[in-house]
Ligand binder design. Sequence first.
Ligand SMILES: N[C@@H](CCC(=O)N[C@@H](CS)C(=O)NCC(=O)O)C(=O)O
Length: 209
Amino acid sequence: MLRLYDFLPSGNGYKVRLLLTQLGIPFELIEKDILRRETRTPEFLKLNPNGRIPVVELENGSHLAESNAILFHFAEGTRFICKDRLGRAKIFEWLFFEQYSHEPYVAVARFWTKFADHAQKTHAEVEEKRQGARAALSIMERHLTTRTFLVGEQYTIADIALYAYTHIAHECDYDLATFPAVRAWLKRIAAQADHVAMDFNPANAAVVS
Ligand SMILES: N[C@@H](CCC(=O)N[C@@H](CS)C(=O)NCC(=O)O)C(=O)O
């Protein structure tokens, strides 16, 4: 079976858990506690030299890291990716936006706030991240004001990638009240078939017969 090395509070890991579940692909979750530096051991560095989860171990034994690359790998040829060339490129536009302009602010501000004992950052450093988060969310707000989903009016991996940290932006004390289109979009994503919450672990899932 497919193995996913992951840390349940991670939004990057959640992207993969959500897509695999919605695709109906079974997987075994192997938890690595990043706070205890379990992704920095010599054994784990053999799986991902970058020392980070998520990492999937495919059935042929190869490993794939980087959440958005993993999303693309599994979504290829499914309803989670647009069929047309421009639509696919637009999905990449959002995946790269997420990694460069969104995750480094929203996710990092949240990590520093939620795991403050480990982060030990100054108020000014946290504020700088929160400002970056506001800029990223403003871009999403403008885009989503006239759209149902991020790309092509269909639910794709672009939505999954951006949902992961946007839906927990409040955990860095970030108030989404001034982003009504983003809030409405979050509700639409959470209403998609087979949606699971962030702490989903297939090992604990009830078996439905
Ligand atoms: N660009 C990577 C980022 C992965 C990442 O930052 N993972 C964090 C958890 S969210 C991690 O493993 N941190 C542990 C460490 O850096 O030691 C992705 O999208 O997968």
